[in-house]
Ligand binder design. Structure first.
Ligand code: ES4
Ligand code: ZN
Length: 319
């Protein structure tokens, strides 16, 4: 596995069924089954929403700072061992505060996991606070204002959860505040939503990266802009297959076409505990199923560092 930066993964999406069960027992939370194999057998997705329903239900087991520490440590340890040198991890703060967890516990647990993993493995990691689209624009603004005491614990904001019906235009205020605070800005767009969601994310939210972006390929003018401005697209091949946002066979994925268009694409796992693997598994799958040579695989790895928010000197040290 080539060294990479992973730029599109939801830390909560690395919650393995085994850890769901362990945390449920530790915290006295009920589950439909306490058998991790049976729990995993229920992961049958037809689209983004059917995945999100299960993902949010499992997150009811996350209660204490220690839980967030354990989740962060599990991912970072595994990622470091499989070639990830840099991780920019999304977290869904609103999910946890809605579940009654104080934001202090979320920030403290993740921050400690990042510091300890760096000491243990050398991995560089930071957090990106994602707003949940389905809770709307005002909730996003309020969440960001309330998180300001922890401004130094995250490097940017993102936008995730149910895409259709929740266009980027609803979140201009929160992203405007983020910009004036010097935070980086990214958004999921063009996963289930069309090219218009990508245009809005660029024009109205001033995002620096597009998460997914597959459907941008339907709009030649948009492709030209993404190429000319070298806007990073964080593509997640196994996620696309699992959520049916790409053709059923990985062999038919648009990734080679995106590379051929000169787009700045990288490979990412999205929700590795749910979609069949970590970033190294995504690389293995595209290597096996797509006609990509060593040069293109090298470009994808290189693009991940180019697309990261690390200062240039730190990027060079990791490559
Ligand atoms: C997500 Cl794959 C995906 N899309 C949108 N929001 C998400 N949250 C976690 N995974
Ligand atoms: Zn995602």
């Amino acid at each position: 596995m080539l060294p990479v930066a992973e730029l599109h993964m939801h830390i909560e999406g690395s919650l393995e069924a085994e850890l769901v069960v362990a945390l449920a027992r530790r915290n006295g939370v009920d589950l439909p089954t306490f058998d991790p194999v049976e729990l995993k057998a229920r992961y049958r997705f037809t689209d983004l929403q059917s995945f999100l329903d299960i993902y949010y239900a499992n997150l009811a087991v996350m209660k204490t700072e220690e839980d967030f520490y354990d989740l962060g440590t599990a991912y970072l340890t595994r990622a470091a061992a499989s070639g990830v040198r840099r991780a920019e991890m999304f977290f869904d703060l609103q999910t946890h505060t809605q579940n009654g967890v104080p934001q202090e516990a979320v920030f403290a647990g993740f921050t400690a996991a990042i510091a300890d993993a760096r000491t243990a493995t050398g991995i560089s990691a930071d957090l990106i606070l994602c707003f949940l689209r389905h809770l709307g624009g005002e909730a996003a603004t309020q969440t960001l204002r309330e998180a300001m005491p922890f401004r130094d614990r995250f490097i940017g904001v993102g936008l995730d959860s149910s895409e259709l019906g929740f266009p980027p235009s609803l979140f201009t205020e929160a992203f405007g505040i983020a910009g004036s605070e010097g935070l980086h800005r990214v958004a999921h767009a063009g996963e289930e939503g069309g090219p218009d969601y990508v245009w809005e994310a660029l024009d109205l939210l001033a995002v620096e990266r597009i998460d997914h972006g597959n459907r941008a390929m339907e709009d030649p003018e948009l492709v030209a802009r993404l190429r000319d401005e070298q806007v990073p697209l964080t593509v997640c091949p196994l996620s696309n297959i699992a959520l049916k946002t790409a053709p059923p066979e990985l062999a038919d994925h648009l990734l080679p076409a995106m590379l051929a268009e000169g787009l700045l694409v990288s490979i990412n796992s999205d929700d590795p505990a749910y979609f069949g693997g970590y970033v190294n598994d995504n690389f293995a799958a595209i290597t096996n199923e797509l006609a990509l040579g060593p040069e293109q695989l090298g470009t994808l790895a290189e693009n991940s560092f180019t697309s990261s928010f690390l200062p240039e000197a730190e990027k060079q040290a990791l490559r």
